[in-house]
Design a protein around this ligand. Sequence first.
Ligand code: DWN
Length: 409
Amino acid sequence: MQKGFFIRRTCRICGSPKFLPVLTLGSMPPANAFLKKADFARERSFPLTLVFCPRCTLAQLREVVDPKILFAHYTYLTNASAPLVAHFTHYAKEVIRRYPLSKKDLVVEIGSNDGTLLLQFKKSARVVGVDPAKNVAAIARKKGIPTEVAFFTVTRARRLKKKYGSATVVLANNVFAHIDDIHEVLRGVGELLGERGVYIFETHWVGNLLGKGGFDQIYHEHLSYFSLHALSYLAGLHGMRVVDVELVHMHGESLRVYIQKQGTPKVSVAQFLAREKKLGLGRIGGYRSFAKKVERNKKELTTLLHKLKTQGKSIVGYGAPAKGNTLLNYIRIDGRVLDFVTDTTSLKQGLFTPGTHIPVVPPERLYTHPPHYALLLSWNYASAILAKEKKLRTEGVKFIIPVPKVKVI
Ligand code: DWN
Protein backbone atom coordinates (compact mmCIF):
# COMPACT_ATOMS: atom_id res chain seq x y z
CA MET A 1 0.00 0.00 0.00
CA GLN A 2 2.36 2.70 -1.26
CA LYS A 3 -0.18 5.49 -0.56
CA GLY A 4 -0.71 4.04 2.91
CA PHE A 5 -4.28 3.04 2.11
CA PHE A 6 -6.42 1.32 -0.52
CA ILE A 7 -10.05 1.62 -1.60
CA ARG A 8 -12.21 -1.45 -0.96
CA ARG A 9 -14.28 -2.32 -4.04
CA THR A 10 -16.21 -5.17 -2.40
CA CYS A 11 -17.99 -5.71 0.92
CA ARG A 12 -15.67 -7.21 3.55
CA ILE A 13 -18.33 -9.68 4.70
CA CYS A 14 -20.25 -10.82 1.61
CA GLY A 15 -18.03 -9.66 -1.27
CA SER A 16 -20.80 -7.69 -3.00
CA PRO A 17 -19.42 -4.95 -5.30
CA LYS A 18 -22.51 -2.77 -4.66
CA PHE A 19 -21.99 -0.04 -2.05
CA LEU A 20 -24.44 2.76 -1.25
CA PRO A 21 -22.78 6.02 -0.08
CA VAL A 22 -23.72 7.23 3.42
CA LEU A 23 -21.35 9.97 4.67
CA THR A 24 -18.09 11.57 3.56
CA LEU A 25 -16.10 13.10 6.43
CA GLY A 26 -13.29 14.46 4.28
CA SER A 27 -9.61 13.67 4.62
CA MET A 28 -7.96 13.52 8.06
CA PRO A 29 -5.06 11.84 9.88
CA PRO A 30 -5.67 8.59 11.83
CA ALA A 31 -7.57 9.40 15.04
CA ASN A 32 -4.89 8.05 17.38
CA ALA A 33 -1.94 9.58 15.47
CA PHE A 34 -1.04 12.09 18.22
CA LEU A 35 2.25 13.70 17.25
CA LYS A 36 5.15 15.96 18.17
CA LYS A 37 5.41 19.47 16.68
CA ALA A 38 8.52 18.32 14.78
CA ASP A 39 6.35 15.81 12.88
CA PHE A 40 3.64 18.25 11.73
CA ALA A 41 5.23 18.67 8.27
CA ARG A 42 5.14 14.95 7.50
CA GLU A 43 1.69 14.22 8.91
CA ARG A 44 -0.48 12.08 6.61
CA SER A 45 -4.21 12.33 6.00
CA PHE A 46 -6.53 9.79 4.40
CA PRO A 47 -10.08 10.03 3.04
CA LEU A 48 -12.85 8.88 5.40
CA THR A 49 -16.03 7.61 3.72
CA LEU A 50 -18.83 5.50 5.20
CA VAL A 51 -20.74 3.22 2.79
CA PHE A 52 -23.49 0.59 3.21
CA CYS A 53 -23.76 -2.89 1.69
CA PRO A 54 -27.44 -3.53 0.89
CA ARG A 55 -26.84 -7.29 0.61
CA CYS A 56 -25.46 -8.20 4.05
CA THR A 57 -26.26 -4.75 5.58
CA LEU A 58 -22.72 -4.09 6.82
CA ALA A 59 -21.88 -0.39 7.12
CA GLN A 60 -18.16 0.01 6.49
CA LEU A 61 -15.36 2.36 5.46
CA ARG A 62 -14.46 2.54 1.77
CA GLU A 63 -10.82 3.34 2.59
CA VAL A 64 -8.54 0.84 4.37
CA VAL A 65 -5.46 2.42 5.94
CA ASP A 66 -2.41 0.17 6.34
CA PRO A 67 -2.86 -1.43 9.83
CA LYS A 68 0.87 -1.00 10.47
CA ILE A 69 0.34 2.79 10.24
CA LEU A 70 -2.62 2.57 12.63
CA PHE A 71 -1.53 -0.01 15.19
CA ALA A 72 2.22 -0.71 15.24
CA HIS A 73 2.66 2.15 17.75
CA TYR A 74 -0.49 2.92 19.73
CA THR A 75 -1.35 5.75 22.09
CA TYR A 76 -4.58 4.34 23.51
CA LEU A 77 -4.38 2.62 26.90
CA THR A 78 -7.39 0.82 28.35
CA ASN A 79 -6.44 1.60 31.92
CA ALA A 80 -6.41 5.39 31.26
CA SER A 81 -10.20 5.42 31.67
CA ALA A 82 -11.40 4.40 35.13
CA PRO A 83 -14.97 3.66 33.92
CA LEU A 84 -13.54 1.29 31.29
CA VAL A 85 -11.41 -0.53 33.87
CA ALA A 86 -14.53 -0.95 36.03
CA HIS A 87 -16.45 -2.20 33.00
CA PHE A 88 -13.82 -4.82 32.15
CA THR A 89 -13.61 -5.97 35.79
CA HIS A 90 -17.36 -6.63 35.76
CA TYR A 91 -17.13 -8.17 32.25
CA ALA A 92 -14.52 -10.73 33.40
CA LYS A 93 -16.61 -11.67 36.46
CA GLU A 94 -19.64 -12.20 34.19
CA VAL A 95 -17.72 -14.43 31.76
CA ILE A 96 -16.17 -16.51 34.57
CA ARG A 97 -19.62 -16.89 36.15
CA ARG A 98 -21.03 -18.22 32.86
CA TYR A 99 -17.99 -20.29 31.82
CA PRO A 100 -16.30 -21.59 35.01
CA LEU A 101 -12.55 -21.62 34.31
CA SER A 102 -9.55 -23.40 35.82
CA LYS A 103 -5.79 -23.31 35.17
CA LYS A 104 -6.41 -26.01 32.56
CA ASP A 105 -8.36 -23.45 30.54
CA LEU A 106 -6.77 -20.98 28.15
CA VAL A 107 -8.12 -17.45 27.61
CA VAL A 108 -6.74 -15.58 24.59
CA GLU A 109 -7.45 -11.90 23.92
CA ILE A 110 -7.05 -10.45 20.45
CA GLY A 111 -6.09 -6.77 20.72
CA SER A 112 -5.22 -7.19 24.39
CA ASN A 113 -3.79 -3.63 24.69
CA ASP A 114 -2.23 -3.08 28.15
CA GLY A 115 -3.58 -6.32 29.62
CA THR A 116 -6.29 -4.65 31.71
CA LEU A 117 -8.91 -7.31 30.92
CA LEU A 118 -6.64 -10.37 30.91
CA LEU A 119 -5.39 -9.37 34.35
CA GLN A 120 -8.91 -10.16 35.58
CA PHE A 121 -8.79 -13.64 34.03
CA LYS A 122 -5.23 -14.42 35.16
CA LYS A 123 -6.48 -15.46 38.60
CA SER A 124 -8.72 -18.18 37.14
CA ALA A 125 -7.08 -19.45 33.93
CA ARG A 126 -3.99 -19.39 31.73
CA VAL A 127 -3.98 -16.16 29.67
CA VAL A 128 -2.26 -14.95 26.49
CA GLY A 129 -2.61 -11.58 24.79
CA VAL A 130 -2.07 -10.80 21.10
CA ASP A 131 -1.53 -7.17 20.11
CA PRO A 132 0.36 -5.53 17.23
CA ALA A 133 1.45 -2.49 19.27
CA LYS A 134 4.94 -3.22 20.63
CA ASN A 135 4.85 -0.24 23.01
CA VAL A 136 1.54 -1.30 24.57
CA ALA A 137 2.42 -5.03 24.69
CA ALA A 138 5.47 -4.09 26.78
CA ILE A 139 3.15 -2.52 29.38
CA ALA A 140 1.04 -5.71 29.49
CA ARG A 141 4.10 -7.92 29.86
CA LYS A 142 5.31 -5.77 32.78
CA LYS A 143 2.00 -6.70 34.48
CA GLY A 144 2.77 -10.39 33.94
CA ILE A 145 0.47 -10.89 30.95
CA PRO A 146 2.21 -13.02 28.28
CA THR A 147 1.64 -11.00 25.10
CA GLU A 148 2.58 -11.76 21.51
CA VAL A 149 3.31 -8.69 19.37
CA ALA A 150 1.40 -9.63 16.23
CA PHE A 151 -1.74 -9.23 14.20
CA PHE A 152 -4.07 -12.19 14.82
CA THR A 153 -4.09 -14.50 11.78
CA VAL A 154 -4.73 -18.19 11.07
CA THR A 155 -0.97 -18.82 11.25
CA ARG A 156 -0.77 -17.05 14.61
CA ALA A 157 -3.76 -19.07 15.84
CA ARG A 158 -2.08 -22.35 14.85
CA ARG A 159 1.14 -21.30 16.62
CA LEU A 160 -0.80 -20.38 19.77
CA LYS A 161 -2.67 -23.70 19.70
CA LYS A 162 0.58 -25.65 19.26
CA LYS A 163 2.19 -23.78 22.16
CA TYR A 164 -0.74 -23.51 24.62
CA GLY A 165 -3.47 -25.90 23.39
CA SER A 166 -7.05 -25.01 22.41
CA ALA A 167 -8.68 -21.94 23.92
CA THR A 168 -11.80 -22.13 26.06
CA VAL A 169 -12.45 -18.42 25.57
CA VAL A 170 -11.22 -16.04 22.86
CA LEU A 171 -11.88 -12.36 23.55
CA ALA A 172 -11.70 -9.35 21.21
CA ASN A 173 -13.02 -6.04 22.55
CA ASN A 174 -13.20 -3.00 20.28
CA VAL A 175 -10.99 -4.90 17.87
CA PHE A 176 -13.19 -6.91 15.51
CA ALA A 177 -14.39 -3.71 13.80
CA HIS A 178 -10.75 -2.67 13.29
CA ILE A 179 -9.83 -5.60 11.07
CA ASP A 180 -10.13 -5.59 7.28
CA ASP A 181 -9.91 -9.36 6.70
CA ILE A 182 -12.45 -10.47 9.31
CA HIS A 183 -12.78 -13.84 7.55
CA GLU A 184 -9.11 -14.53 8.29
CA VAL A 185 -9.64 -13.65 11.96
CA LEU A 186 -12.78 -15.77 12.27
CA ARG A 187 -10.99 -18.69 10.62
CA GLY A 188 -8.19 -18.22 13.14
CA VAL A 189 -10.65 -18.11 16.03
CA GLY A 190 -12.22 -21.32 14.70
CA GLU A 191 -8.81 -23.03 14.67
CA LEU A 192 -7.88 -21.86 18.16
CA LEU A 193 -11.20 -22.47 19.93
CA GLY A 194 -11.96 -25.86 21.44
CA GLU A 195 -15.19 -27.55 20.24
CA ARG A 196 -17.15 -26.11 23.18
CA GLY A 197 -15.15 -22.88 23.28
CA VAL A 198 -16.70 -19.42 22.99
CA TYR A 199 -15.62 -16.30 21.11
CA ILE A 200 -16.79 -13.23 23.05
CA PHE A 201 -16.30 -9.72 21.76
CA GLU A 202 -17.61 -6.21 22.30
CA THR A 203 -18.03 -3.89 19.37
CA HIS A 204 -19.75 -0.53 18.93
CA TRP A 205 -23.33 -1.11 17.73
CA VAL A 206 -24.38 0.58 14.49
CA GLY A 207 -27.85 1.08 16.04
CA ASN A 208 -26.25 3.52 18.47
CA LEU A 209 -24.44 5.31 15.65
CA LEU A 210 -27.65 5.78 13.66
CA GLY A 211 -29.87 6.38 16.69
CA LYS A 212 -27.66 8.89 18.44
CA GLY A 213 -25.81 10.33 15.44
CA GLY A 214 -22.43 9.80 17.14
CA PHE A 215 -20.50 10.41 13.91
CA ASP A 216 -17.24 10.85 15.85
CA GLN A 217 -17.10 7.06 16.24
CA ILE A 218 -16.25 6.99 12.53
CA TYR A 219 -12.49 6.94 12.05
CA HIS A 220 -9.93 4.94 10.10
CA GLU A 221 -9.48 2.31 12.84
CA HIS A 222 -13.18 1.48 12.70
CA LEU A 223 -13.52 -0.29 9.37
CA SER A 224 -16.86 -1.97 10.17
CA TYR A 225 -20.02 -0.67 11.91
CA PHE A 226 -21.71 -3.87 12.98
CA SER A 227 -25.33 -4.82 13.45
CA LEU A 228 -26.14 -8.18 15.01
CA HIS A 229 -27.72 -9.11 11.70
CA ALA A 230 -24.45 -8.61 9.80
CA LEU A 231 -22.50 -10.46 12.51
CA SER A 232 -24.92 -13.41 12.45
CA TYR A 233 -24.57 -13.59 8.67
CA LEU A 234 -20.76 -13.53 9.04
CA ALA A 235 -20.72 -16.27 11.72
CA GLY A 236 -22.94 -18.43 9.52
CA LEU A 237 -20.46 -18.20 6.66
CA HIS A 238 -17.96 -19.90 9.01
CA GLY A 239 -20.29 -22.60 10.31
CA MET A 240 -20.56 -20.84 13.66
CA ARG A 241 -23.51 -19.12 15.31
CA VAL A 242 -24.29 -16.23 17.62
CA VAL A 243 -25.54 -17.95 20.80
CA ASP A 244 -26.10 -14.83 22.90
CA VAL A 245 -25.96 -11.05 22.68
CA GLU A 246 -26.10 -8.23 25.25
CA LEU A 247 -26.28 -4.49 24.74
CA VAL A 248 -23.65 -2.86 26.98
CA HIS A 249 -23.49 0.88 27.73
CA MET A 250 -19.90 1.40 26.75
CA HIS A 251 -18.65 3.69 23.96
CA GLY A 252 -22.24 4.81 23.53
CA GLU A 253 -23.86 1.39 23.15
CA SER A 254 -21.91 -1.71 22.18
CA LEU A 255 -22.87 -5.29 21.46
CA ARG A 256 -21.33 -8.05 23.54
CA VAL A 257 -21.58 -11.03 21.20
CA TYR A 258 -21.06 -14.72 22.06
CA ILE A 259 -20.18 -16.96 19.08
CA GLN A 260 -19.73 -20.74 19.25
CA LYS A 261 -19.25 -23.66 16.86
CA GLN A 262 -22.23 -25.38 18.43
CA GLY A 263 -25.00 -24.71 20.93
CA THR A 264 -28.55 -23.36 20.83
CA PRO A 265 -28.91 -19.58 20.47
CA LYS A 266 -30.58 -17.91 23.45
CA VAL A 267 -33.84 -16.02 22.89
CA SER A 268 -31.83 -12.80 23.24
CA VAL A 269 -30.53 -13.29 19.69
CA ALA A 270 -33.95 -13.49 17.99
CA GLN A 271 -35.22 -10.63 20.14
CA PHE A 272 -32.31 -8.37 19.21
CA LEU A 273 -32.55 -9.23 15.52
CA ALA A 274 -36.25 -8.28 15.65
CA ARG A 275 -35.31 -4.99 17.35
CA GLU A 276 -32.79 -4.20 14.60
CA LYS A 277 -35.39 -4.99 11.93
CA LYS A 278 -37.81 -2.59 13.59
CA LEU A 279 -35.11 0.10 13.71
CA GLY A 280 -34.57 -0.34 9.96
CA LEU A 281 -30.83 -1.08 10.35
CA GLY A 282 -30.99 -3.26 7.25
CA ARG A 283 -32.20 -0.44 5.01
CA ILE A 284 -30.38 2.58 3.56
CA GLY A 285 -33.10 5.00 4.79
CA GLY A 286 -31.80 4.96 8.37
CA TYR A 287 -28.30 5.77 7.15
CA ARG A 288 -29.53 8.67 5.05
CA SER A 289 -31.32 10.25 8.05
CA PHE A 290 -28.18 9.65 10.14
CA ALA A 291 -26.19 11.73 7.63
CA LYS A 292 -28.74 14.56 7.95
CA LYS A 293 -28.47 14.35 11.76
CA VAL A 294 -24.70 14.73 11.50
CA GLU A 295 -24.99 17.85 9.36
CA ARG A 296 -27.39 19.40 11.91
CA ASN A 297 -25.03 18.55 14.79
CA LYS A 298 -22.08 20.08 12.92
CA LYS A 299 -24.00 23.34 12.34
CA GLU A 300 -25.18 23.53 15.97
CA LEU A 301 -21.72 22.99 17.44
CA THR A 302 -20.00 25.39 15.02
CA THR A 303 -22.55 28.12 15.82
CA LEU A 304 -22.18 27.64 19.59
CA LEU A 305 -18.36 27.64 19.59
CA HIS A 306 -18.25 30.69 17.29
CA LYS A 307 -20.64 32.56 19.59
CA LEU A 308 -18.60 31.73 22.71
CA LYS A 309 -15.32 32.79 21.08
CA THR A 310 -16.94 36.05 19.90
CA GLN A 311 -17.93 36.66 23.53
CA GLY A 312 -14.28 36.21 24.50
CA LYS A 313 -14.84 32.94 26.33
CA SER A 314 -12.00 30.45 26.87
CA ILE A 315 -12.68 26.83 25.85
CA VAL A 316 -10.61 23.67 26.30
CA GLY A 317 -11.07 20.05 25.26
CA TYR A 318 -11.74 17.50 28.02
CA GLY A 319 -10.32 14.11 27.08
CA ALA A 320 -8.36 13.37 23.90
CA PRO A 321 -10.18 10.25 22.69
CA ALA A 322 -9.73 8.96 19.16
CA LYS A 323 -13.35 9.93 18.45
CA GLY A 324 -12.56 13.47 19.55
CA ASN A 325 -10.17 13.82 16.62
CA THR A 326 -12.85 12.91 14.10
CA LEU A 327 -15.04 15.61 15.65
CA LEU A 328 -12.27 18.23 15.74
CA ASN A 329 -11.14 17.54 12.17
CA TYR A 330 -14.62 17.21 10.68
CA ILE A 331 -15.89 20.40 12.35
CA ARG A 332 -12.51 22.11 11.91
CA ILE A 333 -11.99 23.00 15.57
CA ASP A 334 -8.31 23.85 16.17
CA GLY A 335 -6.15 25.88 18.54
CA ARG A 336 -8.05 29.05 17.65
CA VAL A 337 -11.03 27.59 19.52
CA LEU A 338 -9.51 25.21 22.11
CA ASP A 339 -6.54 26.45 24.19
CA PHE A 340 -5.53 22.87 25.03
CA VAL A 341 -6.97 19.38 25.48
CA THR A 342 -6.50 17.44 28.74
CA ASP A 343 -6.09 13.68 28.90
CA THR A 344 -5.25 11.08 31.57
CA THR A 345 -3.19 8.98 29.12
CA SER A 346 0.52 9.49 29.74
CA LEU A 347 1.34 8.43 26.15
CA LYS A 348 -0.75 11.35 24.77
CA GLN A 349 0.43 14.09 27.12
CA GLY A 350 3.01 16.41 25.56
CA LEU A 351 1.87 15.54 22.05
CA PHE A 352 -0.56 17.36 19.75
CA THR A 353 -3.92 16.29 18.34
CA PRO A 354 -3.73 14.85 14.82
CA GLY A 355 -4.73 17.31 12.09
CA THR A 356 -5.74 20.15 14.43
CA HIS A 357 -2.43 20.34 16.38
CA ILE A 358 -3.88 21.28 19.78
CA PRO A 359 -1.53 20.55 22.72
CA VAL A 360 -2.53 17.57 24.92
CA VAL A 361 -1.77 18.26 28.59
CA PRO A 362 -2.31 16.43 31.92
CA PRO A 363 -5.74 16.95 33.57
CA GLU A 364 -4.18 19.12 36.28
CA ARG A 365 -3.97 21.99 33.77
CA LEU A 366 -7.74 22.36 34.16
CA TYR A 367 -7.28 23.39 37.78
CA THR A 368 -4.32 25.72 37.27
CA HIS A 369 -5.85 27.33 34.13
CA PRO A 370 -9.64 26.92 34.56
CA PRO A 371 -11.53 27.79 31.35
CA HIS A 372 -15.03 29.18 30.93
CA TYR A 373 -16.03 26.05 28.99
CA ALA A 374 -14.80 22.47 28.59
CA LEU A 375 -15.77 20.65 25.38
CA LEU A 376 -16.35 17.07 26.59
CA LEU A 377 -14.72 15.06 23.80
CA SER A 378 -14.93 11.95 26.02
CA TRP A 379 -18.71 12.35 26.19
CA ASN A 380 -19.16 8.59 26.51
CA TYR A 381 -17.91 8.87 30.11
CA ALA A 382 -19.97 12.01 30.84
CA SER A 383 -21.60 10.81 34.09
CA ALA A 384 -18.29 9.71 35.66
CA ILE A 385 -16.47 12.84 34.47
CA LEU A 386 -19.18 15.33 35.52
CA ALA A 387 -19.22 13.69 38.97
CA LYS A 388 -15.42 13.83 39.16
CA GLU A 389 -15.37 17.52 38.18
CA LYS A 390 -18.12 18.66 40.56
CA LYS A 391 -15.83 21.25 42.17
CA LEU A 392 -14.79 22.74 38.83
CA ARG A 393 -18.44 23.01 37.87
CA THR A 394 -19.43 24.72 41.11
CA GLU A 395 -16.61 27.18 40.40
CA GLY A 396 -18.40 28.03 37.17
CA VAL A 397 -16.81 25.90 34.46
CA LYS A 398 -19.48 24.82 32.02
CA PHE A 399 -19.28 21.55 30.09
CA ILE A 400 -20.32 21.30 26.44
CA ILE A 401 -21.58 17.83 25.44
CA PRO A 402 -21.08 17.71 21.66
CA VAL A 403 -22.72 14.41 20.78
CA PRO A 404 -25.41 13.19 20.24
CA LYS A 405 -27.06 16.56 20.84
CA VAL A 406 -25.17 19.75 21.66
CA LYS A 407 -25.82 20.51 25.33
CA VAL A 408 -24.26 23.00 27.79
CA ILE A 409 -24.42 21.92 31.45
O1 DWN B 1 -12.29 1.32 19.40
C1 DWN B 1 -11.66 2.02 20.18
C2 DWN B 1 -12.31 2.66 21.36
C3 DWN B 1 -13.24 1.70 22.00
O2 DWN B 1 -11.33 3.04 22.27
C4 DWN B 1 -10.26 2.27 19.94
N1 DWN B 1 -10.16 2.45 18.50
C5 DWN B 1 -9.65 3.47 20.59
C6 DWN B 1 -10.45 3.99 21.71
O3 DWN B 1 -11.26 5.05 21.25
P1 DWN B 1 -11.39 6.36 22.17
O4 DWN B 1 -10.00 6.93 22.35
O5 DWN B 1 -12.44 7.22 21.58
O6 DWN B 1 -11.86 5.69 23.53
P2 DWN B 1 -12.27 6.27 24.92
O7 DWN B 1 -12.11 5.14 25.91
O8 DWN B 1 -13.58 6.94 24.81
O9 DWN B 1 -11.14 7.37 25.22
C7 DWN B 1 -11.31 8.17 26.37
C8 DWN B 1 -10.16 9.13 26.44
O10 DWN B 1 -10.47 10.08 27.45
C9 DWN B 1 -8.86 8.45 26.85
O11 DWN B 1 -7.78 9.01 26.13
C10 DWN B 1 -8.74 8.77 28.33
C11 DWN B 1 -9.44 10.10 28.45
N2 DWN B 1 -10.10 10.32 29.74
C12 DWN B 1 -9.75 11.45 30.45
O12 DWN B 1 -8.89 12.24 30.04
N3 DWN B 1 -10.37 11.67 31.65
C13 DWN B 1 -11.05 9.44 30.16
C14 DWN B 1 -11.68 9.67 31.37
C15 DWN B 1 -12.73 8.73 31.87
C16 DWN B 1 -11.32 10.82 32.15
O13 DWN B 1 -11.85 11.06 33.25
